[in-house]
Write a protein that binds this ligand. Structure first.
Ligand SMILES: C[S@@+](CC[C@H](N)C(=O)[O-])C[C@H]1O[C@@H](n2cnc3c(N)ncnc32)[C@H](O)[C@@H]1O
Length: 411
């Protein structure tokens, strides 16, 4: 316990010195990036089976310098609470709250482990980049589960191990050298990294990850006093121990063997035979470079009415909404393709979906109001529509509003 206290104190001191993310002065551009369509798509990502609502209660746990303010801004009719152990993080968020008149935001300097002291439950609990820094992540997760409303949805992000192998090598290197977190030491570390061999496992992250572009990011990655990562099986175990069940990956295509390069591999039949959790675990090993996992999780006892399933006929009632940040590319196409669909959040370049001219007409007809059955009423189109919309779902091109679907047991 004493050791846990020491770790918690060190983590807290670390974030007081290196607030994360680097503080921002203004969120006006952020506000402009959110409109009604984006909010709807976000709501149905977390609650496919519930009608759209804007008035949910949201807890941003370990909110850092701006995340809670961002949630309050993008959901003006929601009530948002931000908690963090770091006084600096709370002060920075308070500054944004005042500047932008975010009356729907309440802030408390409180550790996630003591979330129950808020004395209420939340429809949405957001906790990204935090639990893997706790001395006892299980305790933190259970505390968050306890404040999740029965129908609530949790958004969690934790580190993944294989893509961070280079980070762990450098963390060990820095520990051995006794490198601390003063500005001078971080600057010297940044300079030394320029001498890293080009084939060092850290290089891909150094080249591409925005977190390595500034000192706070560098310190957060390489000099953190407490940092663990979860492989897919460890993550599922973590959720179960926390009384939660897996809902979906935020970006699911990267985990599905039927998406991207593996879809045309000789291993696809073997992968498809595995239970889905094991498919995800195998794909994580195959990809080898995942650095984080972002999931939607629900209380273990919540009925899984949100599950998207293309067996039977219920899918005809699904209402598709285009996922934000998807793009339709119409240049340099392979023969037979009328367009290629890309989700800009995907980091793997094999995750693109070519579609035919017939399929493109159906994609163009998505308006967030009509169901698939209304978009493709002709019986002859049913099979085309089923294959297309299931593919769009796998590739994170759409989310579904299932609230019009008749499911036994659902209100
Ligand atoms: C990497 S930052 C992530 C910030 C924010 N969630 C985001 O994604 O932008 C980690 C944050 O967790 C906070 N933190 C660490 N341990 C905590 C704890 N036990 N309870 C609450 N916050 C904690 C830190 O102070 C820091 O602000």
């Amino acid at each position: 316990m004493l050791d846990a206290d020491r770790v918690a104190r060190e983590v807290n001191a670390f974030y007081e010195r290196h607030p994360y993310p680097p503080p921002v002065d203004d969120l006006e551009r952020y506000r402009q990036s959110w409109n009604e369509d984006r909010r709807r798509a976000e709501a149905h990502l977390f609650w496919p089976d519930e009608p759209y609502r804007e008035d949910r209660t949201i807890l941003v746990a370990g909110c850092g310098t701006s995340q809670a303010a961002k949630h309050a801004m993008r959901w003006p009719r929601a009530k948002v609470v931000g908690i963090d152990v770091s006084a600096t993080g709370i002060e920075q968020t308070e500054r944004l709250r005042r500047k932008h008149g975010l009356d729907n935001l309440e802030l408390r300097q409180l550790p996630v482990e003591r979330a129950s002291e808020l004395g209420r439950t939340f429809d949405h609990v957001v906790c990204t980049g935090v639990l893997h820094h706790l001395p006892h992540p299980d305790t933190g997760l259970q505390a968050l589960r306890d404040v999740l409303a029965p129908n609530g949805a949790m958004h969690l992000m934790v580190y993944a191990p294989y893509g961070r192998a280079g980070v762990y090598l450098l963390q060990d290197y820095c520990r051995r050298l006794g490198i601390g977190t003063t500005a001078d030491e971080i600057e010297a570390l940044a300079a030394s990294l320029r001498a890293l061999p080009p084939d060092h496992p850290l290089m891909p992250l150094l080249r591409s990850a925005p977190d390595f572009k500034d000192q706070a990011g560098l310190a957060d990655a390489l000099l953190h006093p407490q940092d663990r990562a979860y492989s897919v099986p460890q993550l599922f175990e973590f959720l179960r121990a926390g009384g939660l069940r897996f809902g979906r990956w935020l970006g699911q295509a990267a985990y599905l063997p039927q998406c991207g390069a593996l879809a045309s591999s000789a291993h696809l039949p073997l992968l498809s035979r595995l239970p889905v959790e094991e498919q995800y675990a195998a794909v994580e090993l195959f990809r080898g470079s995942m650095v984080r996992h972002s999931v939607v999780a629900y209380r273990i006892e919540r009925p899984d009415h949100e599950r998207v399933d293309f067996k039977g006929d219920a899918w005809l009632d699904f209402v598709p909404l285009r996922a934000p940040d998807t793009v339709v590319v119409q240049e340099r196409l392979q023969p037979g393709a009328a367009a290629v669909l890309i989700n800009r959040h995907h980091t793997y370049t094999d995750l693109y979906l070519p579609i035919t001219a017939q399929q493109k007409k159906l994609v163009d007809a998505i308006d967030g109001k009509r169901s698939i059955g209304e978009i493709a009423p002709e019986h002859a189109l049913r099979q085309v529509a089923r294959v297309l919309f299931e593919g769009l779902w796998w590739y994170d091109q759409v989310v579904f509003d299932l609230s019009r679907t008749r499911v036994e047991g659902r209100m």
